[in-house]
Design a protein around this ligand. Structure first.
Ligand code: SAM
Length: 224
C-alpha cells in the first residue's frame, strides 16, 4: 500500500511533470556510455533474465544471413555466430561497437561490426534472411524510416525479430503505476504501438508478451 501511494504521489506530483527531469534517461545514458557496467545494470533491471529474453530470438531465426541492429556489448551476436549463423552487426555508439569488437576478437572470431545507424543501412536490397533487434526499438525515434530501411535489405519472406520492453499487459495496478512513473521520466518510446507500425508497412506480424507483468514483448514481422 505504501509503495502504491508513493508512486501515485510521485506521478501526480506537478514537480515531477513540470520540470521534465527525465531521470530515467540519465541512467539509460550512463549505462550505454560505459559498456563495462552495462551487463551489471541490465542484469539488475531484468532480475537476471536479460539473456533468457534475448535467447527467444532463436525460436524464430531462419536462414543463415542475419543482421543484428544495436548489438550493444555483443553477447547475442557472439552466440548467433557460435550457433553457425553468418551475422553482421550494426551499432550506433562508438563505445559499444568497440566493446563488441573486443569480445569478438577475444573469442577468436572475425565478424563485421559496423558503427552505423539503422536509418542508413549500407547493404544492397534483399540481402538478409533475418534482422534481429533486442531492446533497441525504444531508442528509435523515427520508426517509419527505420522500417523502410529494414524492409529494403530484408529478403522476401525474411523476418524482423524484435524483443522490446513496453506497456505491462497485465492488469496489475503496481505495474501500471510503476510504468506511468518511468514513462514520465524518460523520452524513450516505451508506449508506442510497435506492432502497428510493422503492420502498416505490409508485414505479417505476431506478438508474444512475457516477463514480469508481461512487460517484455517479441514482435516477429515477416516481409510478404
Ligand atoms: C539497450 S541497448 C541493447 C543492446 C543489446 N541489443 C542487448 O540486448 O543488450 C540499445 C542499443 O541500441 C543502440 N542503438 C540505438 N539507436 C540505434 C540506431 N539508430 N542504430 C543502431 N543502433 C542503435 C544503442 O547504441 C545501444 O547499444
Amino acid at each position: 500500500m505504501i509503495l502504491v501511494s508513493t508512486f501515485v504521489i510521485l506521478y501526480k506530483s506537478r514537480f515531477m511533470r513540470l520540470t521534465h527531469l527525465h531521470l530515467f534517461d540519465y541512467l539509460y545514458r550512463a549505462y550505454n556510455a560505459w559498456p563495462r557496467i552495462y551487463d551489471g545494470i541490465t542484469q539488475l533491471f531484468s532480475i537476471g533474465q536479460w539473456e533468457k529474453w534475448q535467447n527467444r530470438v532463436f525460436d524464430d531465426l531462419e536462414g543463415k544471413k542475419i543482421l543484428e541492429i544495436g548489438v550493444g556489448p555483443g553477447h547475442l551476436l557472439l552466440k548467433m555466430v557460435q550457433k553457425g549463423y553468418r551475422v553482421t552487426g550494426l551499432e550506433l555508439r562508438k563505445g559499444m561497437a568497440y566493446e563488441a569488437r573486443r569480445k569478438v576478437k577475444k573469442a577468436g572470431l572475425d565478424i563485421d561490426i559496423l558503427q552505423q545507424s539503422v536509418y542508413r543501412l549500407p547493404f544492397k536490397s534483399e540481402t538478409f534472411d533475418c534482422i534481429v533487434m533486442t531492446f533497441v526499438l525504444a531508442e528509435i525515434v523515427n520508426l517509419d524510416k527505420a522500417i523502410i530501411e529494414m524492409k529494403r535489405v530484408l529478403k522476401k519472406g525474411g523476418k524482423v525479430i524484435v524483443i522490446a520492453g513496453g506497456i505491462p499487459q497485465d492488469r496489475n495496478i503496481i505495474a501500471k503505476l510503476l510504468f506511468k512513473f518511468i514513462g514520465s521520466q524518460t523520452t524513450l518510446r516505451i508506449e508506442r504501438d510497435n506492432k502497428g507500425y510493422f503492420e502498416r508497412y505490409g508485414f505479417a506480424v505476431t506478438r508474444t508478451d512475457f516477463g514480469p507483468f508481461n512487460v517484455v514483448n517479441k514482435i516477429v514481422s515477416i516481409k510478404k
